[in-house]
Design a protein around this ligand. Structure first.
Ligand code: FES
Ligand code: FE2
Length: 391
């Protein structure tokens, strides 16, 4: 017989689960295949140099470098000969040379030299070091990790294409709004969903931890959520001076873009930056941001500070007393247990985003192309509606 006084105790908890088809990103998983139909940032342009650099993307370990002709390359690290790591390779004019027996690979994985073999390796042309196409855009290096016959056009985002006089683009890879380490130890979806969670702003960044943004952001907003041809949008309305309405629009855009106007609300205009959530593996992600700026270092000024200090300068006790996005999202666990959640009406954006993602996973599983991938220059233009506006 059940003892009613013990109902709900921890022992009765069903085994917790997370939704694998949404969370997992490796090759062969449903979401891993869906994400592989899009371009993803894997570094700043300056990260590709003559010194090979380890990078991770979608659960794959990769080597990023730039040959001495200036071409960036992204190769699997295990050398096609006998598996030594190209991390220890040396870059030359035409590619990267493995340290072990000197095989030379170009940025597309062609084997150009096998110095120990007679005649420089007569069958070297059949060798291909696994490689990925890369594109340098907006100050970042993007890679396409999907099937060769599905490589889309590189998208052109209005926020980064339409510059006013005196503006230029700046790229940054520091962290969640600059508040945290560069590599965040939890599942990428926890951050992506946060883009359509405007209700955490007045609580986490307002009443709970003390104002982390400006006063306009403090009131609890009225919010509408809807899906768009590219993702999910939230429209938040807060009362403003003179009986006017402060309308703030944020967008989660597939595959992993956050288009969120500055929470510091400097001026009323369309969003000035795009952030990409790059899943490194199932339990780590990082953020790349590109924004329009008018002064050097302006992107860094958008970062959250805590009583004037950076996140890294806080003590453990201060992290506990003044948590921010990092603590809230990493606090959900390395992959949050979806089976234990209780979504409510204010989580509608999250529900819409998950539904949209499940649909895209299914489309890809059925052999189709997911939302927003374009195969012509005309289709590649993406008009975004995020911004801070005064009505
Ligand atoms: S293992 Fe790379 S050249 Fe032999
Ligand atoms: Fe936040």
């Amino acid at each position: 017989m059940t003892d009613e006084t013990l109902r709900g105790c921890g022992y009765d908890r069903p085994a917790p689960r997370f939704e694998e088809r949404l969370a997992l990103v490796s090759r062969g998983t449903p979401m891993g295949e869906c994400l592989r139909r899009y371009w993803h940032p894997v570094g700043l342009v300056g990260d590709a140099t003559e010194v090979p650099r380890r990078v991770q993307a979608l659960g794959e370990d990769l080597i990023l470098f730039r040959d001495r002709s200036g071409r960036p390359g992204l190769l699997h690290p295990r050398c096609a000969h006998r598996g030594s790591s190209l991390y220890y390779g040396k870059v030359d004019e035409r590619g990267i040379r493995c340290c072990y027996h000197g095989w030379l690979f170009d940025v597309e994985g062609h084997c150009l030299e096998q110095p120990c073999e007679p005649g420089g390796g007569k069958s070297r042309r059949v060798i291909r070091q696994p490689w990925y196409p890369v594109a340098e855009r907006y100050g970042l290096i993007f890679a396409y990790l999907g099937p060769a016959d599905r490589r889309p056009q590189f998208p052109r985002y209005s926020v980064l294409e339409e510059l006013s006089p005196g503006e230029w683009l700046e790229a940054d890879d520091s962290s969640i709004g600059g508040a945290g380490p560069a590599i965040i130890p939890c599942n990428w979806l926890q951050h992506f969903e946060n883009v359509v969670d405007p209700f955490h702003v007045p609580i986490l960044h307002g009443s709970f931890s003390g104002p982390q943004f400006v006063s306009q952001m403090a009131p609890l907003p009225q919010v509408d959520f809807h899906t768009t041809p590219r993702g999910v949008m939230s429209i938040q309305r807060r009362p403003a001076e003179g009986g006017r309405t402060f309308r703030r629009q944020t967008e989660a855009v597939l595959p992993t873009l956050r288009v969120v106007p500055s929470p510091r609300v400097g001026s009323f205009q369309s969003a000035e930056a795009i952030g990409w959530v790059l899943p490194l593996d199932d339990t780590h992600f990082r953020i790349y941001v590109v924004g329009r700026v008018k002064e050097p270092g302006a992107l860094a000024k958008m970062r959250s500070t805590f009583g004037g200090r950076q996140w890294t300068e806080l003590t453990e006790a201060e992290h506990q007393q003044m948590p921010g996005d990092y603590e809230a999202q990493v606090g959900q666990g390395s992959i949050t247990w979806h089976s234990e959640e209780h979504l409510t009406g204010t989580d509608r954006g999250i529900a819409l985003l998950r539904r949209l993602l499940r649909q895209q996973v299914e489309v890809v599983a059925q052999g189709g192309n997911p939302l927003g991938v374009a195969f012509s220059e005309a289709e590649a233009k993406v008009s975004l509606e995020a911004g801070n506006f005064l009505d």
